[in-house]
Design a protein around this ligand. Structure first.
Ligand code: PLP
Length: 417
């Protein structure tokens, strides 16, 4: 039969996504068709942002004669897992290599976590606002996504009461983003304690995504990275969780990887660390071993390169922190003195949220910015902001691109206010 009387009979319901282009995509396509320039403030692929990578170290890491043989290990080779344990040791967390599983991306690590914890129809709690991929990651694993709100007026702290009220018998995990994308807020110790208590009582695991954890800002933004050298004492920072990988009160799966730590998304190398009370952790590790053994997904040359690729973070992170700080300082200077645009406070990460007058929806702003100025930003609704008037942009573009794009954005907002 042709023509779709039963259009979805062939395919699983979980793939029934609306595939029509949205107004923003159409506007970008129209601009590209006319060969007009795009000022891309969504660019967060670090390999396209003019950073100075150590090509010899990166390519050299892949040339390892041990890659000529195949010695499968569901967790990944021991030297790689020791390097991951060493990374956490620098954050004061004791992680044993047996707690570590290599994966081909954080997304795959999420899938492993969901497969471990949840059956079809169960649900996981996800912060709002946060990263749009969670709709797909939960959907593809047949899970329901339930959002819990972060409180803008309290620096994006977790609204614990609302979160508790949204837990039900089918809740299997609570996701924590540390720091969150795009709000840049870190999980605080009191929040983790409350959630670990809840997790213990209700047999719910925590899944902590720490991909941006190495990119904290100083208080209120600006002079990014200074606090990492210990020069600035930030009282907010002392209340932050250092890493969830040391959590022992409730079953916790901590995810991270090279895409942000070493700014190498093309390497497709990430990991999951399981921690928690001894018995639960042991049972989780046994099950994760079978999940990982079913896929054995990480290629040997990459896994063996991990220790050296992880080391390259020491050269790339200072560059990124400098870039974030520079763009942020420039933006803040530009917004001083009566701009109708405001930058929301954040504590870290690669993104910044702007608040713009809400007489237009954020989608209308984004479309208008492309149409009139060629400036591309993400409307807040992509990230499930509670109201209108939020635009999300990356701080990673080279300064000249960032400045030209922001100047255009501010001009348009001023004209339309
Ligand atoms: C919060 C968060 N987690 C995970 C990822 C993706 O990481 P990976 O490339 O390892 O899948 C991103 C990408 O931007 C992200 O923002």
């Amino acid at each position: 039969m042709r023509g779709g009387i039963f259009p979805s009979a062939m395919f699983a319901r979980r793939t029934g996504w609306p595939l029509e282009p949205n107004p923003l995509t159409l506007e970008i396509a129209a601009r590209r068709e006319k060969s007009l320039p795009i000022f891309d403030l969504t660019e967060s692929n670090p390999t396209r942002c003019g950073l100075d990578y150590d090509a010899t170290a990166i390519l050299g890491a892949l040339a390892n004669s041990r890659s000529l043989s195949y010695e499968p290990d569901p967790r990944g080779p021991m030297p790689a897992r020791l390097a991951v344990a060493g990374y956490y040791a620098e954050r004061g967390a004791g992680v044993e290599p047996e707690q570590v599983f290599l994966t081909t991306s954080t997304s795959e690590a999420y899938s492993f976590a969901f497969r471990l914890l949840a059956d079809p129809g169960d649900n996981v709690l996800v912060p709002a606002p946060s990263y749009p991929l969670f709709d797909f990651l939960t959907g593809l694993n047949d899970l329901e996504l339930i959002r819990y709100p972060l409180d803008l007026d309290r620096g994006w702290r977790i609204q614990l009461e609302t979160l508790r009220a949204r837990v039900n018998v089918r809740t299997r995990a609570i996701l924590l983003l540390h720091p969150n994308n795009p709000t840049g807020s870190f999980v605080q110790r009191e929040e983790l304690e409350a959630l670990a208590r809840l997790g213990r009582e209700r047999e719910i695991a925590l899944i902590a995504d720490e991909v941006f954890a190495d990119y904290p800002w100083t208080k209120g933004g600006g002079a990014v990275g200074v606090e990492r050298t210990g020069l600035v004492v930030d009282p907010e920072r002392s209340r932050r969780v250092a890493t969830h990988a040391a959590a022992s009160d409730c079953l916790t799966l901590t995810l991270s990887g090279l895409s942000k730590i070493s700014a190498l998304p093309q390497m497709k190398l990430a990991w999951l660390v399981a921690s928690g009370p001894d018995d639960l952790r042991r049972r989780a590790l046994e099950r994760l071993e079978i999940i990982a053994d079913t896929f054995l997904s990480v290629a040997t040359p990459l896994a063996l390169a991990l220790p050296r690729l992880l080391e390259t973070r020491r050269a790339i992170q200072p560059q990124i922190l400098k870039r974030l700080g520079r763009n942020l300082d420039w933006l803040d200077a530009k917004l001083r003195g009566g701009s109708p645009v405001r930058r929301l406070k954040a504590e870290g990460g690669w993104y910044v949220v702007l608040s713009v007058p809400a007489h237009r929806s954020d989608e209308e702003w984004a479309v208008e910015l492309v149409r009139r100025e060629g400036v591309l930003v993400h409307p807040g609704h992509f990230y499930d902001f509670a109201g209108e008037g939020f635009l999300v942009l990356s701080l990673l573009p080279p300064p000249e691109v960032f400045e030209a794009s922001i100047t255009r954005l501010l001009e348009l907002v001023k004209r339309s206010s």
